[in-house]
Design a protein around this ligand. Structure first.
Ligand code: FPP
Length: 253
């Protein structure tokens, strides 16, 4: 079967990486795909070109995550704030996302479960329909959860969860005194998925930008100056090695 995601460069196996993988991998790695615009700028190309390269890199890395045995990988595709960008840039990102969704059967063939988080109501109908189809067709797959955040904002997610919980209280199904942290987790878009262990943000920016703010409460952060289109398998291996050396105490000693 033809695998259009893999270019010759990308057809390497994990053993091609100069950095060996550590034995212990995080359960959930979150990626903020930042730096596409600056990458394009450096090449003297329009920002859209950077997003195209960023999308290519996303496709390679997401499949690599699956192949090395990560159980959950999430990627920040488009935030609730990104609508402020020029319309042609928003359209370009949505078109790349659509093209990706059309090719995404490859993930299903690899038994990857696809999960989309964020407010879908503002997305084009064709996107919403295809996202639902992919989620439905992959819901029993066990290899990896691939979580894509689109029109996603952490604060908006908590607002939405609060609304869901309030409705349950109003319907008499939930006693306010019975609300726990777990109740909130269970009402987020990521219900049933583990919290983020390792949050990776390339491009030199040192912030969370409203990404999975509840789920990153105890995440380890990995920042690098490398821009997203250049954040390749080797860079990911480096981040995983760095993570494996950290001591996580979750507030204990
Ligand atoms: C941030 O870089 C990137 C985004 C807001 C969009 C991310 C989108 C993609 C990687 C492509 C589409 C994805 C899929 C799944 C097909 P930036 O534009 O803010 O970069 P800059 O900070 O250098 O300007």
């Amino acid at each position: 079967m033809a695998l259009p995601f893999f270019t010759k460069k990308n057809s390497q196996t994990q053993t091609d990486s100069a950095i060996a993988l550590p034995e212990v991998l995080p359960q959930h790695v979150g990626f903020i795909m930042d730096g596409n615009g600056r990458w394009a700028n450096k090449c003297g190309m329009p920002r859209k070109f950077g997003h195209k390269e960023g999308a290519k890199n996303f496709k390679d890395l997401s499949l690599y995550c699956r192949d090395i045995g990560l159980r959950n990988a999430s990627f920040y595709v488009f935030s609730t704030e990104n609508w402020k960008r020029p319309q042609d840039e928003v359209d370009a990102i949505m078109d790349l996302f659509w093209d990706y969704l059309c090719e995404a059967d490859q993930y299903l063939e690899r038994r990857v479960r696809m999960v989309f988080v964020g407010d879908r109501s503002r997305l084009q109908d064709r996107l919403q329909k295809r996202m639902q189809e992919l989620e439905e067709d992959s819901k029993d797959f066990e290899k990896m959860n691939l979580i894509l955040a689109i029109n996603y904002g952490g604060r908006d997610e908590i607002r939405h969860a609060t609304q869901c919980i309030a409705q349950q209280v109003q319907a008499g199904k939930l006693d306010p005194s019975a609300i726990t942290e777990q109740t909130i987790s269970d009402n987020l878009y990521t219900a049933g998925l583990p919290d983020v262990d390792l949050l990776i943000r390339p491009s030199g920016e040192l912030r969370l930008s409203n990404y999975l703010i509840w789920q990153c409460a105890y995440a380890e952060y990995y920042f690098t100056d490398v821009l997203w289109p250049d954040f390749n398998r080797n860079e990911l291996n480096k981040a995983l090695v760095d993570y494996a050396q950290r001591g996580r105490r979750f507030g204990g000693i």
